[in-house]
Design a protein around this ligand. Structure first.
Ligand code: FES
Length: 280
């Protein structure tokens, strides 16, 4: 059993938990994910790792309630436990194996949307720990929906919040903030964008125009996280990849987002899942 040490509501429908999982905490790297199961018969839920403390042996997860299982999960309190907490799974972020000196010479932009701030946070923290200052744009619908602000401010070089309704920070989408930063003369060598599929699609369309290589995380389309269900099958250029096994991070300029979004929609219903099974 994996004990929950802290359970907190961050915003409407968004929850944070610290879970005792020393083995996962010892081995995980930014970009990886875990699969949690509440009980024997529970659904397997893949969640990206938001933070880890190797000494204390904890993993921080952040999740949004989207279906029955995550609603049930949101009711868990400190002291409760998960039946399974499997990980770390998936490939670490590309930069984890890169030469630190060459990373220091790059100008890096992170773009997070909504709950995507959770998987972006450990990457920005990793950069900070290695002496690399990066720019971070975090978008949310409203000020109240903005999560992990103080944590992100503590590790980002520059932090730019954006809200769709203009209640805080830059008023408008993250893409308009990227355009603004580019107009102001910022020349980024690489962009990492994580958030809703539609946001990643439009960030990629823009960064292609601006000539900024872009990495995206396709964790939103994962269902069971095992390579078995087929939900996360993607076209990356001419190749077929599975987000949970080959990713979750990919070259955003090669991802077929329209296909991925269609697949994500279909997996939301029983009938859609049955139809996709027939096609496979
Ligand atoms: Fe099921 Fe990847 S999430 S195959």
């Amino acid at each position: 059993m994996y004990k929950i040490l802290k359970a907190e509501k961050l915003a409407d429908m968004i929850y944070l938990m610290d879970v005792e999982a020393p083995r996962v905490a010892r081995h995980c790297e930014p970009g990886q994910f875990v699969i949690v199961k509440m009980d024997e018969k529970g659904e397997r839920i893949p969640l990206t790792i938001c933070d880890y403390d190797r000494e204390v042996g904890t993993i921080t997860i952040v999740f949004q309630t989207v279906g029955a299982s995550t609603h049930k999960m949101a009711e868990l309190k400190a002291g409760d436990a998960f039946r399974d907490f499997t990980g770390p799974l998936g490939c670490p972020s590309e930069f984890v194996g890169e030469d630190i000196e060459s990373l220091k010479n790059k100008k890096i932009l992170f773009v997070a949307g909504g709950v995507g701030a959770a998987p972006v946070y450990p990457q920005v923290k990793w950069m900070k720990e290695h002496g690399i200052d990066v720019d971070v744009i975090v978008g949310s619908k409203t000020k109240d929906m903005l999560i992990l602000e103080s944590e992100m401010r503590a590790v980002a070089g520059n932090y730019y919040p954006c809200t769709d309704d203009g209640t805080y920070g830059h008023a408008g989408m993250v893409t308009t903030k990227i355009e603004k930063l580019a107009e102001e003369g910022n020349k980024y060598d690489v962009c990492v964008a994580i958030g809703p599929m539609i946001m990643m699609k439009f960030v990629c369309l823009l960064t292609k125009k601006l000539n900024i290589p872009t990495i995206v995380s396709m964790n939103p389309i994962m269902v069971d996280g095992t390579g078995m269900c087929g939900a996360c099958r993607l076209h990356i250029g001419d190749e077929i990849k599975f987000a949970c096994v080959d990713g979750p991070e990919f070259d955003g300029h090669l991802v077929n987002f329209d296909e991925a979004m269609k697949r994500q929609q279909m997996y939301k219903t029983e009938e859609g899942r049955a139809m996709l099974k027939l096609q496979e």
